[in-house]
Every structure is written in structure tokens, then in C-alpha cells.
Write a protein that binds this ligand. Structure first.
Ligand SMILES: [Fe+2]
Ligand SMILES: [Fe+2]
Length: 274
């Protein structure tokens, strides 16, 4: 019964994403760059040549590479050099940040962008602390965890602000979204990430970051769950569901200090791309 219900909702979101003309696409060079990153025979020069075809993307990448987040001692002025210094294993997060920033800013504003970058940096930080998977991929999981909110905003701006009002007085986010939209930002995020052909795990964490224990693989979604809670702008003292923390095998001794650290680490990216 539940399966049938989920299927109907998923189909509706797919229709929404396929039919709304405003739903953002990945810029062409970003799609090509991501394909190059997945190709074991590709080299960094090929990546730089592809990215340099888009001047706006190149400019943003250079701004970010020259920010305090990367901390290179001298000014980097060419995309070739930038790619060579950062390397294949860390460049995906940088390209994705540059690609989604205009989408987030134009549809959901600065609050979503700041929260997403903080969640990206936090997910990378926790993945490193846990020695779990690829920290660069964890960054992208955090960056895109709420990307479905863009879809909701495009679909019905007024309903989106009604949901925000209800959540601000204590309503459950997913329940409020389902009441107003018939689908949640987690479901919409999964479908959008699939449309963009991003790795499966990015869709899984977008879908399960509010309920990580329902994910087929729980650790990555739990990482995003924790950082999502920690990086809420308005809530300084996050409350975690104990069963999620227990399953997670990571002791958060001082959430407030962790929050401060993540906010501090994220600030150079937020400033560089502002
Ligand atoms: Fe969320
Ligand atoms: Fe979030």
C-alpha cells in the first residue's frame, strides 16, 4: 500500500520537474566537466579546457580558488593552474558550488545558499572525522541536500512561504510540504538530482536527510542529517533524534562548538562567491 502511494507521488514530481520550464538545468560545460571527472582516461588539462569555454563559470572558479578556503599562497589566474593545484579528487565540489549558486540565489535566496554551503562544509568535515567515504562527495551531498526547495519555490511561491511560516512555529517540514504540495523537498531533490545525472548517493542523501535510518545506506544520510541540524541559521542548539545518533557511531560532544567551527570554515566560500 505504502509502495503504491510513494510511486504515485514520485510520478507527480517527475511530471512537475519535466514540465516546468523554469526548472534549472546544469550549465552545459558543468555537465561535460562532470563526465570528464567520471572518465578514468581523462586528464586535468581536458577538464580545464572544457571549463574555460564558459567565462562566468571560469571567473567564479578562480574567485573560489583564490579564497581563504583553499589558502594557496599566491594569486591563481588561470583555470589550468587552478585545476592542477586542486586536483581531480577535490574539484567536483568546487565545480558544483559554482554551478548551483546562481540557481539557489535566484529561486530561494541567500538563506538557502548559505545553509547549503555550511551543510556541504560540515558534511565534508564529518566525513573526514569519521574516515568515511570520499569527503569531496560528502561536500556535494551537503550542498544539494535541500535542492528540492528550488522546485517547490518555482512550483508555488506562495505555498512555499506558507510552509515556511508553519515550520517557523514548530510544524514538521515534510508534513507541511506534503499538505501544501503533495510532495516534499526531499522527494523533489532526489528527482532533480537524478535528472542532472549526478551519482546515486547524492539522490539518496537528498531523499533521506530528514529520516536517514530509512536510507538504503544510512551513514551518508546521517552525516547530512547531523550537519543539516547543526547549520540551521535560527537554531543555535540543535536537537538530534537519539536513535539516529546512536546508529551513527559518532559522538558529538559539543554541538555548539562544532557549529561555530563549521560556520567559520564556510565563511570564505560564502564571501568568495557573494
Ligand atoms: Fe531538508
Ligand atoms: Fe537543510
Amino acid at each position: 500500500m505504502d509502495n503504491n502511494k510513494n510511486k504515485v507521488i514520485t510520478t507527480n514530481i517527475k511530471d512537475v520537474i519535466e514540465t516546468l520550464p523554469e526548472i534549472p538545468c546544469m550549465p552545459a560545460v558543468v555537465g561535460q566537466a562532470l563526465n570528464i571527472l567520471d572518465d578514468p582516461n581523462a586528464d586535468i588539462k581536458q577538464l580545464a579546457t572544457t571549463l574555460s569555454m564558459d567565462i562566468a563559470i571560469t571567473t567564479q572558479i578562480l574567485k573560489l580558488v583564490n579564497s581563504a578556503y583553499y589558502g594557496f599562497p599566491s594569486q591563481i589566474t588561470s583555470i589550468n593552474k587552478a585545476m592542477a593545484l586542486i586536483g581531480f579528487d577535490k574539484v567536483r565540489s568546487l565545480i558544483m558550488s559554482v554551478a548551483v549558486k546562481p540557481m539557489m540565489m535566484s529561486f530561494s535566496g541567500k538563506a538557502l545558499w548559505n545553509h547549503s554551503i555550511r551543510c556541504a562544509v560540515g558534511s565534508q568535515y564529518l566525513a573526514k572525522s569519521l574516515n568515511y567515504g570520499d569527503p569531496d562527495e560528502a561536500f556535494v551531498m551537503g550542498l544539494l541536500h535541500d535542492i528540492g526547495k528550488i522546485v517547490m519555490h518555482i512550483y508555488n511561491k506562495n505555498a512555499f512561504s506558507e510552509v515556511q511560516k508553519l515550520v517557523s512555529i514548530g510544524a514538521d517540514t515534510l508534513d507541511a510540504e506534503k499538505t501544501f504540495f503533495g510532495f516534499s523537498h526531499t522527494e523533489a531533490g532526489k528527482v532533480l538530482v537524478e535528472k542532472w545525472n549526478l551519482p546515486l548517493i547524492i539522490g539518496i542523501t537528498a531523499e533521506h536527510h530528514h529520516n536517514p535510518l530509512r536510507a538504503p545506506e544510512t551513514v551518508s544520510s546521517s552525516i547530512v542529517y547531523v550537519t543539516d541540524k547543526i547549520t540551521q541559521e535560527q537554531i543555535k542548539y540543535p536537537i538530534f533524534k537519539p536513535e539516529i545518533i546512536d546508529s551513527f557511531d559518532y559522538e558529538i560532544q559539543d554541538p555548539e562548538a562544532l557549529r561555530e567551527e563549521i560556520f567559520k570554515l564556510s565563511q570564505p566560500i560564502i564571501e568568495a562567491l557573494s
